[in-house]
Every structure is written in C-alpha cells, then in structure tokens.
Design a protein around this ligand. Structure first.
Ligand code: NFS
Length: 663
C-alpha cells in the first residue's frame, strides 16, 4: 500500500500500524481494508439456515417480492438473522457466567483452595435478593446456596429467572404483558435457535419478541450473574488508579498480557506475579521484575479490582504484540483474534490458550482448572519469564500512556453519593432534575477497524460531556476512553459542561465512569433500577433521560446487550451500517414498535453527528415527558447541596444506624 490511510483514531495505535506497514506486517486494519463486507449479508438479506440456499434477497422490491426457495420473505430472514445474533451473544456471556457459578460452587465446597470469598457483604446482599437465609450461617454454606440458585437459572424450564425481581415493578409488568420475561437462560437460547431454523417461526415481530426474551436472559441473567459472582469472589470494585495504552509495557521487565474475558485465572496471575520467588526468578533471567498488563475485558476485570494497566481494547491486541515487548499473552474465550498466533511468530511472543473451550492453531495450550489455579498461573508466568531473554529488539516501541481512574461499581456509585450510612441515588436524581446533568449515556461496546478505530467513542465522549451528559462506560468503550486519557477527573475540568463539571468536582469523580467489563453492563441496569426506585424521575427504567450507545460494535455480544437495554426501556443507538437494514419492516419493529411497547427502540446509525443528535434528542424528550426543567447549559433549578467527602465523613461519624447497603 503506497498511501497510508488513517486506521485508528488513537495516535499510539496509528504509529504501530504505520510501523507494521513499513515492515510488511499485516493487521486487522489492512484486512478490513482488503475484505469489503458482503453487502447482502451485511444488511441482513442473506439466509443460510438450510442447504437449499444460501438465498440472497436482492433487487429493488426485494422486501415485497423476493422469496427464498422455501418461500421465506426478507423480513423473516432479517429478523431470524438478528435473533441468531442475540442468541449467540447471550450464549457467550451466559456460558461465562455458568463457569463463574461453578467456580463459586467449587470455592464453597472447598475444591478450589486458591480462591476465597472476598466480599462477604456482597454475598449477603445477593443472598438476600435470592431469598437465601444468610444470618448466622457459615459463609461457604451461603455461597453454595447462591451458586446452586444461580445454576437453576440456566436450566429452568418454567417460571422466571431470579434477577428479574431487581427491576422496577412497572418494568417487570411490561415484560409480563408482552411475554418476554425469560424462563431459563439455556431454554431461551435453545428456543431462539429452534425458532430460527428452517421452516419454524416466520412472523418477524413474533421472532423479534423472542429475541428480546433471550436478550433479557442475557442482561438480567448471564451478565448480572457474572458481575455479582465476580464481585463476591474477587471483590466489588472501588476507585483505583492505573494506566492505559502501549506505554504500559516495560523494556526492562517481563511483560505478560492477560487477554479474553473470564477473570478467575487472571486474578491468580495477578497474585503470582508478586510472589517473591517469581520476581527472583525473573531477575535471574535478567529482568527487573514482572509487569502484568491486560487486553479487552480481562483487562477491565483486573483494572477495576487491582489497578493492573490496560493496553487497550479489541483492535489493540495485534498492536500490543507488535511493540515487540510482550513475552507471553494468555487468552481464554471471546474476542481473541486468531491472527495473533501467526503474528507472534514474527516476534518472540508466546501465545497461550487456557480455556478447554478454545484452542487456536499455533498457540501453546495450558488448560485452566479452578482446582489447581495457582499451579497453572505459575506455569504461565514462568513461560513468560523464560521467554524474556529471547526478546528481539525489533518492534514498534511506544511510550505513550495515560492515567486512568476506574472501579466504579454500582455499589460505589451509590456510596459516593452519600457515604456508607446514607448511600443513595438521590444526589444524581436531583442533579438530573435540576438540569445540572442533562442525562446519562452508557457508552459501550467494541472498537472496530472498519471505522477510524476508537474515534467515534472519543468523539461521542467529548461531545456528550460537553453537553452535561454523564457517561457510564464499559468494555472496549472504556478502553477507547482510557487509552485517549479521558478517564480522569481533569477531563471534567477541561471538557465537561458547567453543570456536569460542578457535580464531578463536588463528588470528586471523572465525567466518564468506568464500570467494568462488558458483562458489567448489568451494573447499568442496576443503577437505572435504583434511580427509578429513588423517585423524582421515571418510576420504571423506560422513560429515564438515558440512552445506550455502542458506536463501533462488531460482536454478537454487543447485539445481545443492546437488545436487553431496549427491552428494559433504554433507547439504544448502534453505529455502523444496520445488520437488518435490508428490511424496512424489521427496522420499523425495532424502532417504532419497541418504542411503543418498551420505550426502548434500537437504531443503527453510522454517522457520529447523527448518533449524538439522536441521543440528545431522546434525553431531552424524556426530560420533557417527565416535566423536568428544560435543559439549558449553566442554568439550574433548585436542588439539594451535594456533599463533599468531608461532609460525608461527618455524617458517617454522627450516624448511629447502619445502612443495609454494602459499604
Ligand atoms: Ni464486549 Fe469484551 Fe471488546 Fe466488544 Fe469484545 S472485549 S465483551 S465484545 S470487543 S467490547
């Protein structure tokens, strides 16, 4: 390629891509350039659920006239494709959650000696929600009951998954009315696959309604279970300082990267890298220490709980290896580019797969099992150390890195608004009511090489906070912000609108709150439910001045997440060309019909400016419907005084009655 095309909005990433081009090293950016998406499949107009096809629905009147060999119409096919994406995304999160439930069970049964229950308070809180007696009982007995109850959610055939009860009553009523309360997680996924197989469900709305039921099993099932068990086992996050971008890799230390999604092995690796014997071993090989870094959602998990630095999100995984500084990278499941094994051969990096579910040709495989977690972690760390002397000098060494504040669990967000004894969402609701905060946006989902990667996240992040919108971010949305230096309180001073800035300064928080991994989008559901319960805004999730945006999504998991937000009542905007764009009927159902039924339409909008305008419009329309003060920058209504830390400590000292909250 003679002319370099901007492929990432991140300057450090761009430097590595350019270096790669000059060394004839290919990345997802070149592949995206070369492989144009098939326009038929990309818009949902290709059916390949049987072997009479694939049938392609093309032509000017395809929506009305085109038929597959079986007679299926384009809206049926587009709806089926969408439902299959939801099912796959739900399966991914929920299988992750299942493994977390088995780990919790193994810990409770004393079969995973390297782990313990770290957050007993959270265990009790969860037990309380699940109607499990916890007072006066041994912690492991409670944990066993919690794990077994969660496991019931996967195989239940009738009834409802437990956590639906955490949603506001009115939201639950809507789910019942439209028949989308999920019964069991596995059942909904299996039924989605059944209904979308050849010759079964053909009515687009009927199909998509089951899609929403499956998505709710993801949000209020798989994702929420994964979040809660991870907090119970490894601790509920609270603010922590760390660093992001490629400059986190150290020239004089062993660099080991944890990449993927399941947090258990990564947790033990964090521990093992600080064992004195391991450090001494690294020194014996000429390194000054062991430096652990993260990628994608495993990065978010260990960043949130331990301040382990992140090299970034999805599109950074190849670029990280191209620094030439990564001695080993462990991967488990989800969002791992198989390209990294070929790429690693050009460097000295060892790629290690660890999940029994996932192998990659060309990688070493060391299978993880929770019963011997530490032993496996030590084996992996040793491989990285042994590989340190093989490090070649080539590579695109980058020094850029940015400070990051992460660790905003929903429990901490509650705590920061009133302290341990008065934790609540009152100040946030009040700030929204008074117009200091215009609304809340969940900025989530992947980064994508088909756009200047991370660029739309960055654009929306800056524009939204300028417009006094508080951002809660997760997954690679957080990584995109973190590697751009946006996850700091200073960001509020420099860029936030006057109202949001005041709130951030009073509480001492950044205007973009990093909530964790993609499964932690469940924290946003919990926050929205708490805001509804607090009063003064909407009494259900629907109707809140809140929007979910995944501007650079690429994964089926993102689709499942978007749909569970929509079904819960949050308007959702996804970037890129619409994967159901070929059917105006399916587009109408997902926007107009879902809006009427759930107050949660789902849009696909490739233009970043239009995404921003649409999000602000939803927020302003929700404010008007709630009869809140019209948003005007710098002009606020009356509200309570926000408490700063000192005032909160005074109240805590004076208060005799503990709040039942977790902190
Ligand atoms: Ni989410 Fe995490 Fe990133 Fe997208 Fe992949 S890492 S689970 S799917 S790419 S945000």
């Amino acid at each position: 390629m003679d002319k370099h095309i901007i492929k990432s909005a991140n300057e450090a990433a761009e430097k590595i891509i350019e270096w790669g081009e000059s060394h004839k090293i290919e990345t997802c950016f070149e592949r995206a350039e070369r492989l144009k998406p098939c326009p038929i499949g990309a818009s949902g107009a290709c059916c390949k659920v049987c072997h009479m096809g694939p049938c392609r629905f093309v032509g000017r009147n395809a929506e009305e006239e085109a038929r597959g060999v079986c007679g299926a119409t384009l809206p049926t096919v587009a709806a089926r494709n969408m439902v299959r994406m939801i099912a796959a995304g739900t399966a991914a999160h929920s299988d992750h959650a299942r493994d977390m439930a088995f780990t919790l069970l193994a810990v409770a049964n004393g079969e995973a000696k390297d782990f313990k229950i770290t957050d007993v308070r959270k265990l009790y809180r969860v037990a309380g929600i699940l109607d499990i007696e916890f007072e006066g009982r041994a912690v492991n007995d409670v944990a066993r009951d919690v794990a077994l109850r969660f496991l019931e959610d996967f195989g239940r055939q009738k009834g409802e998954i437990y956590y639906l009860r955490r949603a506001p009553k009115k939201t639950q009523e809507r789910w019942k009315k439209w028949g989308i309360a999920p019964r069991g997680i596995d059942r909904e996924i299996a039924e989605a696959m059944h209904r979308t197989s050849v010759g079964v469900d053909h009515e687009p709305d009927h199909l998509l309604t089951h899609g929403l039921r499956t998505a709710l099993a993801d949000g209020w099932g798989g994702c929420m279970i994964a979040t809660d068990i991870t907090d119970i086992l490894f601790g509920t996050p609270r603010p922590v300082k760390a660093e992001a971008s490629f400059g986190i890799f150290k020239e004089d230390e062993v660099n080991l990267v944890v990449h993927g999604h399941e947090p258990s092995l990564a947790e033990i690796i964090v521990d093992v890298t600080s064992e004195p014997e391991m450090i001494a071993y690294a020194q014996s090989k000429g390194a000054n220490g062991i430096n652990l870094g993260g990628m994608c959602c495993t990065a978010n998990e260990v960043l949130m709980r331990h301040g382990i630095p992140t090299a970034g999100g999805f599109t950074n995984q190849e670029l990280g290896i191209m620094t030439g500084l990564v001695d080993a990278i462990t991967v488990d499941v989800q969002c791992i580019m198989p390209a990294i094994t070929e790429l690693s051969k050009k460097f000295h990096t060892k790629v290690i797969t660890t999940s029994e579910k996932a192998k990659i040709p060309g990688a070493m495989h060391i299978e993880y099992g929770e019963h011997r977690a530490r032993e496996i972690a030590r084996e992996i760390v040793k491989i990285a150390i042994d590989n340190f002397p093989n490090r070649k000098t080539e590579g695109s060494h980058i020094t850029d890195k940015f400070p990051v504040i992460a660790g905003f669990s929903h429990e901490y967000i509650e705590y920061m608004q009133g302290g341990r004894w008065r934790a609540s969402f009152r100040p946030l609701n009040d700030a929204i009511m008074a117009g200091r905060i215009r609304g809340v946006v969940g900025l989530a989902g992947c980064d994508n090489p088909r756009v200047p990667s991370t660029g739309i996240h960055r654009f929306l992040a800056t524009e939204l906070i300028k417009n006094d919108v508080l951002i809660v971010s997760t997954g690679c949305g957080s990584a995109a912000c973190g590697t751009a230096g946006y996850l700091t309180p200073e960001m509020a001073l420099e860029n936030a609108g006057p109202g949001l800035r005041e709130v951030c300064e009073a509480i001492g928080i950044p205007p973009i709150l990093h909530l964790g991994a993609c499964v932690d989008n469940s924290r946003i559901l919990t926050i929205a439910s708490a805001m509804a319960e607090e009063g003064g805004l909407s009494d259900e999730i629907g109707g809140m001045p809140a929007v979910g945006i995944a501007p650079e999504w690429m994964s089926e998991k993102a689709i499942a997440i978007g749909c569970y937000f929509a079904a819960s009542g949050v308007p959702v905007i996804f970037g890129g060309e619409s994967p159901i764009g070929a059917s105006s009927e399916v587009t109408r159902i997902m926007t107009e019909v879902w809006w009427e039924r759930f107050k949660g339409p789902m849009h696909f909008e490739p233009d970043p400016e239009k995404m921003l305008a649409l999000a602000l419009d939803y927020i302003d329309r929700a404010r008007a419907a709630l009869k809140l003060k019209k948003y005007e920058p710098g002009k606020f209504g009356a509200e309570r005084v926000l408490l700063d830390m000192a005032a909160r400590r005074e109240i805590e000292k004076a208060s005799a009655k503990p709040h039942i909250g977790i902190y």
